[in-house]
Structures are given as C-alpha cells and as structure tokens.
Write a protein that binds this ligand. Structure first.
Ligand SMILES: [Zn+2]
Length: 353
C-alpha cells in the first residue's frame, strides 16, 4: 500500500485558501484568515491530531475550520500547484526545521533592522521594543517608523523624526548597560521614481535609512528602472520589502532581478528579507539570485509590536536556505561594523556625485 501523504501546515494553508475561493461570507473571511495564520502555527496540525488534541488550539481555527482540517488530514486531497500569489512562503515550523540544521545561525543575528513603534503604526514604545530586543540578546535595533508621505501608516515628518531622536537618546542612556544600542532610522517612503518624501538634512542625521515602495505595487510591467533609481538614491542604505508582495493579496513587482542586485552590489547597498509572515520579501528564489550578485542582505522583522521580533526566524531561515554567505548579512556585523558600513555607503555616494 502506498504510504499516505501527511499534510504539512503549508498544504493546509493552501487548501484553506482554495476553500475560501468558493465560500460565502463570513466563512470566506475566516478561511482566508486561517490560511494566513497557518504560517504561524507553532506546531504541525497533523501532530496535534495524532496526539488526540483539538485543532481549535490553533489560532484562527474554530469548530467549522477544525472539522475541515481534520477531514483533510484523515483523507488528504490532491493539491493543485500553488498560484504565484501564494508561492514560497515558509511556515514557522519549516523555518525552525531549517534553522535547527545550523544551530549557530539564528544566534549569530546581532540585531533587527526594521521595526515600527507608536511613533507611526506600531503598538509599542521605543523602550518596549528595546526591552524585547535585550531579551533576544541583541546588540542593536533600528527604529524604522514610516515617513510623512505614508499617511495611512501614520508617517512622521522631519520635526517628529527629530523629537524621536531625543527619545532614542534617552532610551539609549537607559539601555547602554544592557549592551543594546537603538539606532536612528526610518522606513523612508519612496515614490515609483525612486524619490524620497523627506528633507535631506533630516535623513542625514539618521544612522541608516531603509527605503520602501508603497505605491503602484500592482503594476504588471517591468519595474527595473524604479529599483535602479531607488538604489541610486543617495539617502538609502537598504531597499526594504523589495517586491511589495503580500500573501494571497498582492503578487508584488517584477524586475530584471540580476540587474537590480548587481546594482546593489556595485553600490555596496543591501536588499531586505522582510520577515513579516505574509510578506517574506525577498523570497528564497530571488535571494539565490541576490547571492550570485553578492549584494548585502538585511534582515528585518517589520515588527509592529514586541512579540513580532520573533519573525526574525523567517528572515534568518530564508537567508540560510538560499545559502547567503555570512559576510553578506548586515545583521551579523557588530554595531561598529554596521555603522562603518552605513557611513561608507554615504561617502561613496558623495564621491560619485
Ligand atoms: Zn513598508
């Protein structure tokens, strides 16, 4: 008898997404949300069932969805190939399995380079995020609140960015003895021409700048020029969530990726692995292309609260699976090395100008 396939959480996520397509509200919404959540379930649903536990222990799983999953686990249906909008997302159990094969990888991460606070759309203060970072034994974190062009996310202006600097100084005074430095940064909103929405003086005061696109993310045309323009923007060190994809919602942009990553390598800039579970952007296939270009890679959780710092597992696992060498990963640098790199990137640009 052929051995029966055991469904992984990623398979269940796909089945839930397919089921949602023909379901009516409110089941449709519940199925979609369970499909997203499946990537964060801390255990395999199949293990729960085997242990005689209730599937409703899993987040976003009530009795109705629990029954569906149990039926699928007992009699696994065929799963059609995933559509691109749901391809290459790791579940946390897959990420942990990959990390466990190289136990010194995740502990080598010395900091997190993307997170939000109550200054924009996060729900924790800078001090709260710093405390959570100390618990993870980090040496540094970058506070990357949104900038003023992104009103919907509570983007802050130059004046607020300077007020925030004073708060960061105070937090740093309190945390120095715990070995943590809070870095000044921002998730700089850039338009499709690669231009920033903040004044140069304010950006020059930051330790490093993450630049991100938030508009025209559904266009199907090749977007290579916008990436090249963003990388050449002298204010930007890291290109954040480069594709702009969101699980089962938005495919993200396309470009001539070898050219984009080659340009990042030429300028010694970084592209990000945003670890937010339904972003996971860049994904493993693109990271393999980035690896060939040799550009720098930044790991950022895009946390909007303390608990989300654990999304570093997704970023670190993607880098590991793609085979990114240690010396290309910004987060493996010491604080000193990281700041030297950031200064160097700015000086290179001045020289080129
Ligand atoms: Zn963003």
């Amino acid at each position: 008898m052929p051995r029966r396939k055991i469904l992984a959480n990623s398979d269940i996520a796909e089945l839930l997404a397919i089921e949602s397509e023909s379901a009516k509200m409110p089941a449709k919404k519940a199925l979609r949300s369970a499909s997203r959540r499946a990537f964060m379930w801390p255990e395999e649903a199949a293990d729960l069932l085997r242990q005689g536990r209730s599937l409703t222990e899993l987040q976003s799983v009530g009795p109705y969805i629990g029954n569906l999953i149990r039926r699928w686990l007992e009699d696994p249906p065929a799963i059609p190939p995933r559509p691109a909008i749901r391809k290459q997302f790791l579940t946390i159990t897959e990420a942990e399995a990959a990390l466990s094969r190289k136990p010194d990888w995740l502990p080598s991460v010395r900091g997190d380079l993307q997170m939000h606070t109550t200054w924009s759309d996060g729900d924790a203060s800078i001090a709260d995020m710093a405390e959570a970072a100390v618990a993870r034994r980090y040496e540094y974190i970058a506070i990357t609140d949104h900038t003023k062009g992104l009103k919907i996310a509570g983007g802050i202006n130059e004046e607020q960015l300077r007020q925030q600097a004073r708060e960061i100084d105070e937090v740093n005074d309190g945390f120095r003895h715990k070995g943590l430095t809070v870095l000044r940064s921002a998730e700089l909103n850039i338009n499709p021409s690669g231009q920033e929405d903040m004044e140069a003086d304010a950006l020059a005061e930051l330790d490093l700048v993450l630049g991100c696109f938030h508009s025209s993310l559904r266009t199907k045309e090749d977007q290579t020029p916008r990436y090249l323009a963003a990388l050449r923007n002298p204010h930007i060190h890291i290109l954040g969530h480069p594709r702009g994809r969101v699980y089962n919602y938005r495919l993200g942009l396309s470009a001539d990726w070898p050219r984009v990553f080659d340009e990042a390598a030429n300028l010694d800039k970084a592209v990000e692995i945003d670890g937010y579970p339904d972003r996971q952007d860049l994904n493993v296939d693109l990271l393999k292309i980035a690896k060939r270009s040799g550009c720098r890679i930044s790991l950022g959780t895009d946390s909007h609260g303390k608990e989300q710092l654990r999304f570093m597992e997704y970023s670190a696992a993607a880098a590991l699976i793609a085979g990114i060498p240690r010396d290309r990963i910004l987060n493996f640098l010491s604080r000193e090395e990281l700041l030297n790199w950031a200064t160097g990137v700015r000086e290179n640009k001045l020289r080129a100008a």
